[in-house]
Design a protein. Structure first.
Length: 201
């Protein structure tokens, strides 16, 4: 059963909270260092407004400095997102957000474990594409919104990785029923073998 889109959105927002938190924790020391270096060359008076301060700060950085600062922060976000998402998806099929909302990423072929290769591909499509300035963000969002166009609610990243997102409880129950049905013929065969042995005796 495909996972409800509402819960997928909530899971996404929860995961983004952790990723953005990790990005800020790692990026703030770098940004602070850059600010201290620039402040040493600025004349800041007691009557300087916060807007004037930041205007002077970015002017002192220059275009090259602003681009370098943005690139470093984007790189930290990229690393934090991958480190957060890929291992959890590969090992458990659930990030913290999906665990809270009762969702799970599973292999399209019915396998419960996604694996590292599929987890990497699933993360790569929307994440790497988002780094293409301008159109990249639109393409990244489109990869997720593609799930609205098909009955299985699979985004483009799911199609590339061969995965799908399901309700974890429903999927676990269906998997248990399937396992029971698979074992049933074996029980019947055992009973038939016992009858044959009794007749032979």
């Amino acid at each position: 059963m495909p996972a409800p889109m509402g819960r997928r959105v909530v899971a996404y927002l929860i995961d983004r909270f952790f990723v953005y938190g990790a990005t800020m924790a790692a990026a703030i020391p770098y940004i602070w260092t850059q600010m201290m270096e620039v402040l040493g060359n600025l004349e800041v008076g007691s009557d300087t407004s916060i807007l004037d301060f930041y205007a002077d700060f970015f002017a002192a950085l220059g275009a090259g400095g602003i681009f370098r600062l943005a690139a470093v922060v984007a790189g930290i976000f990229f690393a934090a997102s991958g480190a957060y998402t890929i291992p959890q998806t590969a090992i458990w099929g659930q990030t913290i957000g999906k665990r809270i909302t009762g969702l799970r990423v599973v292999s399209r072929d019915g396998g419960l474990r996604v694996g590292w290769a599929a987890a990497l591909w699933r993360w790569c499509l929307p994440s790497v594409v988002s780094f293409a300035w301008g159109v990249g963000s639109a393409l990244s969002v489109g990869a997720y919104l593609w799930a609205l166009t098909n009955p299985e609610r699979r985004g483009l990243h799911d199609m590339v990785a061969g995965t799908t997102v399901v309700d974890s409880k429903t999927y676990a129950a269906a998997d248990a029923v399937g396992a029971a049905e698979t074992e049933q013929p074996s029980d019947t065969e055992d009973a038939s073998d016992t009858e044959d042995e009794a007749k032979a005796a």
